[in-house]
Design a protein around this ligand. Structure first.
Ligand code: ZN
Length: 198
């Protein structure tokens, strides 16, 4: 099996290396692959953890406002819906996609690829699932959403009593789980596993 460098496209013959080590490009030094022990199992575990936190993030409010005796709670999707309702629909769609849809799709794709592999079965359409996953990954930017929420928290704090809801903590945990899922995902092991089962 041959591997192309993601930076300079130099082709390398793949070789076995010990667990815990990485393979680097001979020309530019870019990381070709990381050889984590049980790479796919760890990625699967973090993806499922991420999905649980995604659900929690959508159940609990992000921010709770108290003003003039009224209490209002905001959900994860409310920010995006607010943009849509105000007529800023391209921004609304972008925020909704980056903070809700893309992270959900990325986590579901990871599970839909890795769960069958764990039980020695092929995913439904493995190539398409993997390619969609890799192209969606840069769009899953729930972390940016968290920054936006923190800004709102600081600004609104001047004229309303603002409390942080359980959702914000869930989003932070979801982002961490997603980052770790990709840290442990070894694409080489993934393709090898698919080849074995075909
Ligand atoms: Zn290179």
């Amino acid at each position: 099996m041959r591997l192309a460098c993601p930076e300079c496209d130099l082709l390398h013959e793949s070789m076995e290396i010990t667990y815990g080590h990485s393979g680097y490009c001979q020309r530019c030094g870019a990381v070709l692959f990381r050889n984590h022990k049980n790479s796919l199992d760890k990625t699967l575990a973090f993806a499922i953890t991420g999905l649980v936190f995604f659900l929690l993030a959508n159940i609990f409010p992000i921010l709770v406002f108290k003003m003039n005796g009224n209490t209002e709670a905001n959900q994860l999707a409310d920010g995006a819906l607010e943009f849509l309702n105000s007529g800023y629909w391209p921004l609304g769609i972008l925020v909704l996609f980056a903070s809700v849809i893309a992270p959900l799709l990325v986590l579901c794709l990871l599970v839909s690829i890795l769960l069958p592999l764990k039980y020695n079965r092929l995913p439904v359409i493995p190539e398409l699932q993997i390619r969609t996953l890799l192209s969606l990954r840069p769009w899953a930017m729930a972390e940016i959403f968290v920054i936006g929420i923190m800004v709102a928290f600081v600004k609104l704090g001047d004229f309303a009593e603002v409390g942080i809801g359980g959702s914000l903590i869930s989003i932070i945990c979801m982002v961490l789980a997603m980052v770790l899922a990709f840290v442990f995902l070894d694409r080489r092991t993934l393709w090898q596993r698919l080849d074995q089962l075909k």
